[in-house]
Design a protein around this ligand. Structure first.
Ligand code: UD1
Ligand code: CA
Length: 456
């Protein structure tokens, strides 16, 4: 790595073909802005300076991206890639190398860039190029008869013969910072697009005897840019496919790598099974022998060993113990912890609650702001009434309690250890331990009652 590396990320473009009010580089890929992906890769190279040239969208771009280490350089008018880089030059180290990246090319691998930097050394230029079967739209690498790079010609300025060249300019390059100052100062915009082309510096390097080296990325997707929402979706699939492959290579059974999405980090133990169409957001950790059914969404969740999450469950900001059974159709909301062996069934919503070991909430219930002990059984249709319209209150259900179906627990309220609550009760005062508490209108029958008949 050169001793004083500067990285400049060009990100001023409008992205006309995105048809969006959001600046292109802020569109998310795997839940993070495109520019954020490029910044992460750049930071891996430990540059002395990290510059982002922004323009379209104004301060939205710097305001949306975190980083004390970033020097934000405005480019008021997008007059071309050469002009963009020129804006950044005053902020770079005068010596050393400058690496140019694009804010809309998110999947470049760090080792590809390391190879490019090694190739450039301290005094050469290095271009990342690729052989594309369809090179349309890209700048072409023009070489001499003996194979040396001579210049880059843009598609719109190329002759028919030059358009036959299949080696394209990815745009990613390394050049000596001091040379860039002089070369960019000499750029002219007398070309088909009336722009200051960064690519015109290659011919300048050649004429000054600065060697121009080239290398290829490992895979073509590393240099693909985003110009439309369709391309964004295609890169998303490539990212997800790569992520799935990495997990699968470490033993995770992903039933269909093409229907799998991680928007953050997913950490998996041994013998984890993930069925189709699951989405993992934020930080998710699945311990050994966890299985996730189809169509689940997990966000910032840890799941301990042996737990089965059945289809269509939605879990957010929660800690799930071992050997639990959740779903199908469970919703577990922020602030929830489930101890081992607990069961949460269909159409049950749990919010900001602790559920003890071996406890069950199997059907159609709402448990919010509750502390539930171990071996508790909460019958179907139970509701903690935790909100009086202004404040929230806690419900405490001690160990081994049995709550009959269709009970309302009006918080703040405590149900003592081993208590039983009769079905259909509305519990507004604490229920003593070990006793049956019931609040229900006594059942009675009106004998001989007849249904009203329709008037003739
Ligand atoms: C550029 C290259 C071309 C290469 C292609 C790869 C030039 C002249 N051409 O073409 O050889 O094959 O990329 O995709 O460099 N940008 C700014 N300010 C500007 C203009 C551009 O910040 O004034 C940024 C854009 O936001 C984008 C990047 O630079 O991230 C490339 O710009 P773009 O207009 O896409 O370049 P191309 O014409 O495609
Ligand atoms: Ca482009």
């Amino acid at each position: 790595m050169p001793p004083s590396l500067s990285v400049v990320i060009l990100a001023a473009g409008k992205g006309t073909r995105m048809y969006s009010d959001l600046p292109k580089v802020l569109h998310p890929l795997a839940g993070r802005a495109l520019l954020d992906h490029v910044l992460t890769t750049a930071r891996g190279l430990k540059p002395k300076r990290l510059c982002v040239v922004y323009g379209y969208g104004g301060d939205t771009v710097p305001n949306s991206i975190a980083g004390e280490d970033i020097t934000w350089v405005p480019q008021a008018e997008q007059l071309g890639t050469g002009h963009a880089l020129q804006q950044a030059l005053p902020h770079l180290n005068a010596t050393g190398q400058t690496l140019v990246l694009y804010g809309d090319v998110p999947l470049t691998r760090e080792d590809t860039l390391v190879r490019l930097l090694d190739l450039a050394g301290s005094d050469k230029m290095a271009l990342l190029t690729a052989e594309f079967p369809d090179p349309a739209g890209y700048g072409r690498i023009v070489r001499s008869a003996d194979g040396r790079v001579e210049r880059i010609v843009e598609q719109k300025d190329a002759t028919d013969a030059e358009r036959q060249i299949r080696e394209i300019n990815t745009g990613i390059l390394v050049a000596p910072s001091a040379k860039l100052v002089s070369w960019l100062g000499q750029l002219k915009n007398d070309n088909a697009q009336g722009e200051y082309y960064l690519t015109d510096t290659i011919a300048m390097a050649v004429s000054e005897g600065v060697p121009v080296k080239t290398s290829h990325p490992h895979a073509a997707w590393e240099v693909l840019g985003v110009n439309s929402k369709l391309q964004l979706a295609e890169l998303e699939r490539i990212y997800q496919r790569n992520y799935a492959e990495q997990l699968a290579n470490r033993g995770v059974m992903i039933l269909d790598p093409a229907r799998f999405d991680v928007r953050g980090e997913l950490d998996c133990g041994r013998d984890v099974v993930i069925d189709v169409n699951c989405v993992f957001e934020g930080k998710v950790a699945l311990a050994n022998n966890v299985s996730i059914g189809a169509h689940c969404v997990l966000k910032n969740v840890t799941v301990a060993e042996g737990t089965k999450i059945q289809p269509f469950s939605h879990i957010e900001d929660a800690q799930i113990g071992g050997n639990c059974r959740i779903g199908p159709f469970s919703r577990i909301r922020p602030g929830t912890t489930l101890a081992t062996d607990s069961h949460i069934g269909n159409f049950v919503e749990i919010k900001n609650s602790q559920i003890g070991a071996g406890s069950k909430v199997n059907h159609l219930s709402y448990v919010g702001d509750a502390t539930v002990g171990s071996k508790v059984n909460i019958g179907a249709g139970t509701i903690t009434c935790n909100y009086d319209g202004a404040n929230k209150y806690r419900t405490v259900i001690e160990d081994e309690v049995f709550i009959g179906s269709a009970t309302q627990l009006v918080a703040p309220v405590t149900v003592g250890k081993g208590a039983t609550i009769g079905a259909g009760s509305t519990i507004t005062r604490d229920a003593p331990a070990g006793e049956l508490t019931i609040s229900r209108v006594k059942q009675f029958t009106i004998t001989g009652w007849t249904r009203p008949a329709k008037k003739k």
